[in-house]
Design a protein around this ligand. Sequence first.
Ligand code: 0GY
Length: 290
Amino acid sequence: MDANYMPFHPNPSKPKYTPPPGAVDAHCHVFGPASVFPYAPERKYTPCDATKEQLFALRDFLGFSRNVIVQATCHGHDNRALVDALKASNDLARGIASVGASVEMDELRALHAAGVRGVRFNFVKRLVDNTPREVFLGIADKIAKLGWHIVVYFEAQDLEDLLPFINQLPTEIVVDHMGRPDLAKGVDHPDFQRFVNLMATNKKVWSKVTCPERLSEQGPPNYDDFVPFARALVHQFPDRVLWGTDWPHPNMTTHVPDDGHLVDMIPRIAPGLGEQEALLVHNPMRLYWE
Ligand code: 0GY
């Protein structure tokens, strides 16, 4: 583990909010254990191990039923820890993999059998080296044949440049953490409105309304400045939003989030029962299990 790495909360609080039956934590990771699944040589950070057993225990403790596990950059294109967790989940987890240009259909089919339903294209420069867009488009063509979708991770200042690429993608597209807006600028700022407009014009684009702990300047436990952004997307696009914990919260520098507090954000961004059921159950089930 890196010297300055902040491990996940050892003892999160029990949320006051009870998710509806069948709720899905649609953004989380497993790390290692490094003794079994070593971290990738090209990684930009070395986390603390965060195992499938710990993830499944947290799922139960928080009142969730299922997980979508996203391959993290510290494991590179080696999806073994992800596949191991999916296979151990008793069909209660689906996965998003990370693959390279040379990936073959047989490998993708094996990932599909394990529960993978998408790939992640990462544009966050502190996390990955640059991948040419033609490489991503080649992968997109291959995974489209399996009915998978693409998760895209970028920061708000890069969206304008990425728009033509995103609009070229042949599958459903899930954007991580609302495209990482700068919350200090406010919902009406052109940067966030560019993202809202993308979702309004391209009906294949979904958003994870996730990561108050990363985006908020006001901080825990209430993360008030996060609420209007997530609320705006849930309100305008109730059928194309997903929610997740982001456990084990890699690369936090300001604080270690309490996962119970993160769950308690849900009724503030999705006040209606119907909105909560769409966000936590119907939307992820449609995208990952049907
Ligand atoms: C997240 C965010 C981060 C890291 C990764 O794959 C990763 O390493 O996703 C981050 O550092 O912002 O979604 O977990």
